[in-house]
Design a binder for this molecule. Structure first.
Ligand code: RTP
Ligand code: MG
Length: 139
């Protein structure tokens, strides 16, 4: 398996509920290495840009309101098969379908406020990492 980098976000609900340490601990215990990290508060416009692939969806306005509603934590995670590994740790988008022991199954109670985001493929990972981090911020 190749070493990959992926973009992880702890969404506003995860930060507000005090789950930052819990979520990062799960990533680290699973062998994912933190390569960059910061806290920031997206504007509505920045959230719209980040989630532009979903702009035709009926949940787009609500999703971007939510994502700009409070501070988030952005991270670059690295490891073998990191993109899929992160998605497995997160669990299904819908917490009711997420496997037991995943972040969303354990903590999410809403399909939108579902604690975390993770890139879904190598091309989106690169794009999303570049959205949040410049060269100086990456190790
Ligand atoms: P994410 O992009 O945040 O990692 O989540 P994902 O791949 O599991 O899910 P995706 O289909 O890309 O949807 C992005 C985010 O939009 C919200 N959502 N709401 N109301 C709804 O039916 C609905 N569906 C999706 C969630 O916050 C989801 O994570
Ligand atoms: Mg997605």
């Amino acid at each position: 398996m190749v070493v990959e980098q992926t973009l992880s976000l702890i969404k506003p609900d995860g930060v507000a509920r005090g789950l930052v340490g819990e979520v990062i601990g799960r990533f680290e215990r699973a062998g994912l290495k933190l390569k960059a990290m910061k806290m920031l508060h997206l504007t509505k416009q920045q959230a719209q840009k980040f989630y532009e692939v979903h702009q035709e969806k009926k949940f787009f306005d609500s999703l971007t309101d939510f994502m700009s509603s409070g501070p988030i934590v952005a991270m670059i995670l690295e490891g073998q098969g990191a993109i899929l590994k992160n998605r497995e740790l997160m669990g299904d988008t819908d917490y009711q379908k997420a496997a037991p022991g995943t972040i969303r199954a354990d903590f999410a109670r809403d399909i939108e406020a579902n604690i975390v985001h993770g890139s879904d493929a190598p091309d989106t990972a690169e794009k999303e990492i570049n959205f949040f981090f410049n060269e100086l911020e990456r190790i």
